[in-house]
Design a protein around this ligand. Structure first.
Ligand code: MG
Length: 381
């Protein structure tokens, strides 16, 4: 029986994790839940899963909900307390953005298993997370489907890895021309051809920034150099990623594209249970397609890879600028093709800064966000 805390329970990953627990109630017990603002969801989920400890990260929502949570017999604690909760052995972090970095560090410093769906934490604070994992005896389990696949394909011969190959579906606009990309709407960007995910990551998939962020995530997670991580277009999202070895062998992990599979594996590893995703009938899939990515058409991928080469400050700035730019696009303030320009400018501005300690990560993030926001205001004027 695994005792689990879910941070960000009301989001796409959080809800799918609850589904996995619902199906395998004898294997998992939820001992804590957090949401950002959706207190109604929190109360319903706590009741259904018999959870007593809850947290609300947004200050205003927490204050407004105090009485209601008390009336339901729920114990309201801080997110930090939830991360360290005695009863839990595993914490799933499905928080969005750099807001998840501090909680992720706390989970690892409590020596627990961190099932990490929050890629921004790994991107901005990868060095510190890996250090905490080593020092305190915890473990980081990837939830991102590509990284889950890589983890499964990395055998004991990990010294002989030639390349890690991350597959990319290509996102919502994979078949559009560069010209057509100028006029796409947020509504269209939010329709992913294969995966069902949150808003930020769906837009990131459409720009291919998501793949760039995943390359950086892989770099930290598997402690592998940037030149050994490749990206391969694979429309069907059946092969979730591959590992190529020195002898020319490639190992791949295949399944239906269903996030419940990697979510549950991060919670149950090395055990595997039915998640209701169904099997993969390769005879009816027929064929799988592969191709090169067009970086000209999707400049965000190249900007992310360049930032990865420049170092931590550039990566933190990339992440901060992307969060601001994606929000501005969803709010209809900038065009889809402006995202890369906005992000590129901020990366350029901050890449020479030094990241000595954890606080530097948050400082550069704040400065880069502010800089990106003021740039956008100037442009809109
Ligand atoms: Mg992914």
């Amino acid at each position: 029986m695994r005792n689990i805390v879910i941070l960000g329970a009301s989001g796409s990953i959080g809800r799918q994790a609850l589904e996995a627990v619902r199906l395998n109630g004898d294997k998992f017990r939820i001992v804590g839940l957090s949401v950002n603002t959706d207190v109604g969801f929190l109360i319903r989920a706590a009741k259904e899963f018999g959870v007593k400890k809850v947290a609300v990260s947004d200050d205003a929502s927490r204050k407004a909900a105090e009485t209601a949570l008390k009336a339901e017999g729920l114990k309201l604690v801080s997110v930090s307390e939830l991360c360290r909760t005695e009863e839990a052995d595993t914490v799933l972090s499905a928080v969005v953005g750099i807001a998840g970095l501090r909680p992720a560090l706390e989970v690892l410093r409590a020596g627990k298993i961190l099932a990490l769906a929050n890629k921004e934490a790994m991107i901005t604070g990868g060095r510190f997370l890996k250090r905490a994992e080593k020092e305190y005896g915890g473990k980081i389990m990837p939830v991102d489907s590509e990284h889950s696949a890589v983890m499964q394909c990395l055998s004991q011969s990990s010294k002989c890895v030639k390349n890690i190959i991350l597959t990319a579906s290509g996102g919502a606009f994979r078949d559009l021309t560069a010209e057509e990309l100028k006029n796409v709407t947020p509504e269209k960007a939010l329709l992913h051809p294969v995966w069902k995910m949150g808003k930020k990551v769906t837009v990131d998939s459409a720009t291919l920034m998501n793949k760039g962020l995943e390359v950086i995530e892989a770099m930290y997670l598997f402690d592998i150099s940037l030149d050994k991580i490749k990206v391969l277009q694979h429309r069907e999202s059946i092969i979730h990623s591959l590992v190529e070895y020195d002898d020319g062998t490639m190992l791949a992990a295949l399944s239906r594209p269903d996030m419940r599979i990697p979510i549950q594996l991060a919670l149950s590893y090395p055990e595997r249970y039915d998640v209701g995703a169904g099997g993969l009938d390769l005879a009816s899939v027929g064929c799988l397609n592969f191709g090169a990515i067009d970086c000209e058409k999707f400049p965000c991928l190249k900007i992310a890879l360049d930032a990865a080469g420049k170092g931590e400050a550039a990566i933190i700035a990339l992440n901060a600028a992307d969060e601001v730019a994606v929000k501005a696009f969803i709010d209809g303030k900038i065009a889809f093709t402006d995202i890369s320009e906005v992000v590129g400018n901020t990366v350029e501005r901050f890449s020479d800064m030094n990241v000595g300690c954890e606080e530097d990560v948050f400082n550069i993030d704040a400065l880069a966000s502010q800089y990106t926001i003021s740039n956008l205001i100037r442009e809109v004027r």
